[in-house]
Write a protein that binds this ligand. Structure first.
Ligand SMILES: O=C(O)c1cc(=O)[nH]c(=O)n1[C@@H]1O[C@H](COP(=O)(O)O)[C@@H](O)[C@H]1O
Length: 224
């Protein structure tokens, strides 16, 4: 089975990102480039990381009217990303148009409830109820809209997997036992997320901020 770990490359400098990717490439299955990286380095930066030879996950979390999101999807087509994120709360038409505009080899996954939010945070932005229920609701919307899967926390992935058997599930907010939570609120261990049905494990700081990132990635890989 291929390595499900995608390293979240939340590193502003391009040379540091390339060095980090080279250091850990034997212990990860792909590289996730997010807004921080894409805003700083654009298509050029993606090409530089793609040279390493691992699949690229472009985590752009697109969220706009359907026409704008579809146009943005077309603009990144040339980069041939393996995975792209959009926000499920953009609605069904936006999800459908994003999928229609994506390349045939690109999985479109819909972010449900960010792993940095808990029930209390959701109340503050006007959602009644629990994060778990909102994730289930948005997963159903994403499946109906025909995208490939969703992003959710490890606390929901088991239930979502039971509801959507053939879905593709990206799980961030992962913390090996004993590591710092930082801004993550619905965290589980990489092993638990894997056992509960995650297709991709997104891991950033526990690897990128470790004294020895390769050793940290190897250790996490060893727990799976
Ligand atoms: O879409 C994502 O990847 C994402 C969704 C989410 O709900 N929570 C979340 O943390 N992420 C991303 O996953 C990564 C987590 O990084 P660490 O917390 O450092 O492991 C970051 O790059 C986030 O942007």
């Amino acid at each position: 089975m291929s390595n499900p770990i995608y390293l979240a490359m939340d590193v502003p400098e391009l040379d540091r990102a390339v060095a980090l990717a080279n250091a850990v490439k034997g212990h990860i299955g792909g590289i996730k480039l997010g807004l921080e990286f894409f805003c700083a380095h654009g298509h050029h930066g993606v090409h530089e990381l793609a040279h390493i030879g691992l699949p690229i996950f472009l985590d752009l979390k697109l969220h706009d009217i359907p026409n704008t999101v579809a146009s943005a999807m077309q603009a990144i087509h040339v980069l041939e990303p393996a995975i792209v994120t959009v926000h499920a709360s953009g609605g069904r038409a936006m999800l459908e148009d994003a999928k229609a505009a994506a390349g045939a080899n690109t999985k479109v996954v819909a972010v449900t409830v960010l792993t940095s939010l808990d029930d209390n945070d959701l109340g503050q932005i006007g959602y009644q109820g629990q994060a778990h229920d909102q994730v289930m609701r948005l997963a159903e919307l994403a499946e109906r809209a025909g995208v490939d899967g969703i992003v959710c926390s490890g606390q929901e992935v088991k239930a979502v997997h039971q509801q959507w058997k053939r879905g593709f599930f990206v799980v961030p907010g992962l913390r090996p036992a004993g590591s710092e939570m930082g801004d993550q609120k619905r965290a589980v261990t990489p092993r638990q997320a894997r056992d509960d049905g995650a297709s991709v494990l997104v891991i950033g700081r526990p690897i990128s901020r470790a004294d020895d990132p390769a050793a940290a990635a190897r250790a996490i890989e060893g727990t799976l």
